[in-house]
Design a protein around this ligand. Structure first.
Ligand code: GRF
Length: 204
């Protein structure tokens, strides 16, 4: 499955997906990296891997979210993309693009959804005193951080943790669960159970 990765920053999750997809048996090939930020570090990283890159700069659309998303969609279609993986992509997508890619767009969120939707998840986890935290890969739905869950990874929260130490531990698990999720989706194993928000397929 031809896969595009959408980034806004350093792209460490993008790197993990690119590495996993180098295995010829992996059911997805990373064909394109798109950034909404021209200065995203991940763009250089993608080029080092020889992956095609594109920039669709959201600031050039005068706040017209749909115009921005139409451009992204055109780039995806021109590259004959089958699946989209959001990885550190910091734009909220409107129903326009979300519906156009329903069941074919996934995202990684640095928390155990449905806990801690939104931003600053590590600070909030520490504030709440949770003992387990982690990351979730889910299908993207119109509601933010709410789509069917594909994979999750949990890490312990330690007494001396700071947001940075916790974020680092979560990032390690992100790099493990994202390739697994893309493999499940690209191989068709991850399915949304009809009429529910449950994704199945992570048999083992
Ligand atoms: C990570 O915490 C990820 O969970 C979130 O964005 C952060 C940066 O990801 N989506 P990356 O290093 O750019 O992949």
């Amino acid at each position: 499955k031809k896969t595009a990765i959408l980034i806004s920053g350093r792209g460490s999750n993008m790197g993990a997906l690119i590495s996993a997809a180098m295995d010829p048996a992996f059911p997805a090939e990373i064909s394109l990296v798109i950034s909404n930020r021209p200065d995203a570090k991940g763009l250089e990283r993608a080029k080092e891997f020889g992956i095609a890159t594109a920039v669709v700069d959201h600031t050039e659309y005068g706040g017209d979210r749909q115009a921005f998303e139409r451009s992204v969609d055109e780039v995806l279609k021109a590259a004959k993309i089958d699946l989209v993986a959001l990885a550190g992509f910091m734009r909220i997508l409107s129903p326009y693009l979300v519906n156009a890619w329903a069941g074919r767009m996934i995202n990684i969120h640095p928390a155990l959804l449905p806990s801690f939707k939104g931003l600053a998840t590590h600070e909030r986890a520490l504030e709440e005193g949770v003992k387990l935290h982690g990351a979730t890969v889910h299908f993207v739905s119109a509601e933010m951080d709410d789509g069917p869950i594909i994979t999750q990874g949990a890490v312990p929260v330690l007494d001396q943790d700071t947001p940075d130490s916790l974020a680092a531990r979560v990032l390690d698990v992100e790099h493990k669960i994202y390739p697994k999720a893309l493999q499940l989706v690209a191989s068709g194993k991850a399915k949304i159970k009809g009429g529910t928000k449950v994704a199945t397929g992570d048999a083992d």
